[in-house]
Design a protein around this ligand. Structure first.
Ligand SMILES: C[S@@+](CC[C@H](N)C(=O)[O-])C[C@H]1O[C@@H](n2cnc3c(N)ncnc32)[C@H](O)[C@@H]1O
Length: 419
């Protein structure tokens, strides 16, 4: 499975943008990912990454075609196979975009109702499918037929059936299920996005964070919600975690600490691939039962432990590598800085911090990352996406050096820096 996910991402066509010394113009340099691993510190040191300052030009291509670098003058390598959101070029495109929420909600609702899982057992005619899902007769046919029209179902000989693709990725029983991330959109996230105008006018979140400063304590009050959230995190983050397991120099390290580890999927993928490693997942104490259950089910309980702690008050456990995957974007700037300081304190000299995020490109034209940033406006009190250069500045302030950036999967990237 790990190999398959990694293979799907290779080769990856990338663009490297390098900011010029004198201004903000960007030069494109195209390269093909040759599946090389992250360059060694020695190889990197020639890239001039020790020098701070935004105007420093870093010739990322010198370090390997895919590996961007560095603090100041960050060259962001972008996986253009990622979550592309095509820009509009006609009135028809604009109309399509304006109405896209309808088709989106049809898919989300079908996933929420478990329609694809029901049809995985056997194809059903309209009446029996309606009965199984408990739908009102008025619109059931339209709902099923639009799923056919969207290419998500087949209709043949009077019955509805999954397409090969739906069967593979939308049936909850399949290992390739991607719907866990959508189930939550189908519920709370979709509704909260209805408050976008209000969020833009006020800067206020539209989620549980609207009434409770701490989104997570509100979320985790409900055990079902907590479990659904952790499953959604695993579903969303697994592709990037799989590539991270392949492309970071794990052989140089022994103990990996994952801050905000959720149910532990990233550590599981890394430790499975690298048997010499042990791991520590830090997350809020409420997460322990799902972490323990998942890690035990994956047979890694002997190498992977859980620290239940609040990272606002507790220090990070010591380790050779500290991972912050999809953590910084949840919080305001002082919190991001505090977390990077704690990462620095937890590491030995030459220890590495690894940040996994969907980064905004330096030109601020990457729709997926910008949409994720707006999602953070909707969901959190102070969160938002950021560029590699911004993160490079915070890393340098915390004391880190040799900041590098490289693509993982989709629009996700890793930033790596050394103590
Ligand atoms: C957006 S999720 C990211 C999960 C995972 N790293 C990933 O990449 O999918 C953020 C995680 O941070 C954890 N978290 C939030 N506040 C925390 C705190 N104060 N202390 C420790 N963990 C916290 C949450 O419980 C959640 O698992």
């Amino acid at each position: 499975m790990l190999d398959r996910v990694a293979d799907e991402n290779l080769p990856v066509r990338i663009e490297l943008g390098v900011r010029s010394r004198t201004g903000h113009s960007w030069h494109r340099q195209d390269g093909m990912n040759d599946a090389a691993s992250m360059p060694s510190p020695e190889a990197r040191s020639s890239g001039g990454s020790s020098e701070r300052g935004r105007d420093r030009i870093v010739a990322a291509s010198e370090e390997g075609a895919w590996a961007g670098a560095v603090h100041g003058g960050v060259a962001l390598a972008e996986d253009v196979q990622g979550e592309a959101v095509a820009p509009v070029s006609s009135a028809a495109d604009i109309k399509r975009l304006a109405r896209a929420f309808r088709a989106s909600k049809v898919l989300l609702t079908a996933v929420e109702l478990g329609l694809f899982t029901v049809l995985a057992a056997q194809p059903l005619d309209a009446d029996r499918l309606r009965d199984r899902l408990g739908l009102h007769p008025r619109a059931a046919r339209d709902f099923f037929d639009v799923l056919v029209a969207l290419g998500l179902l087949r209709y043949q000989d009077g019955t509805y059936a999954n397409t090969a693709l739906s069967a593979q990725v939308l049936d909850r029983a399949e290992p390739g299920y991607i719907g866990a991330a959508f189930e939550r959109h189908g519920g709370r996230t979709y509704d909260y996005w209805g408050g976008l105008t209000h969020a833009l006018l006020t800067g206020q979140p539209q989620s549980e964070a609207r009434t409770d400063d701490d989104l997570y304590s509100a979320l985790y009050n409900d055990a079902e919600e907590l479990r659904a959230f952790q499953k959604a995190m695993t579903a969303r983050s697994a592709p990037a975690a799989s590539v991270l397991a392949e492309r970071f120099s794990w052989q140089d390290h022994r103990v990996v600490v994952d801050i905000g580890a959720s149910e532990g999927d990233l550590l599981i993928r890394v430790l499975r691939r690298h048997p010499h490693l042990t791991g520590i997942g830090l997350d809020l104490p409420a997460v322990r039962p799902v972490f323990d259950e998942y890690v035990t089910a994956q047979g890694l309980a002997d190498r992977l432990s859980f620290t239940g702690a609040d990272f606002f008050t507790a220090p990070f456990p010591a380790g050779d590598v500290v991972v912050l995957a999809h953590i910084l974007h949840n919080w305001d700037l002082p919190t991001r800085r505090m977390l990077l300081r704690k990462a620095y304190e937890a590491l030995p000299p030459a220890g590495q911090v690894v940040i996994v995020e969907m980064l905004i490109d330096e030109n601020r034209r990457s729709a997926p990352a910008l949409l994720r940033s707006l999602n953070m406006l909707i969901q959190t009190s102070g969160g938002g996406a950021f560029t590699a250069a911004e993160a490079g500045d915070w890393l340098a302030e915390a004391g880190f050096r040799q900041v590098r950036v490289a693509p993982l999967s989709g629009a996700e990237s890793m930033l790596v820096a050394e103590k």
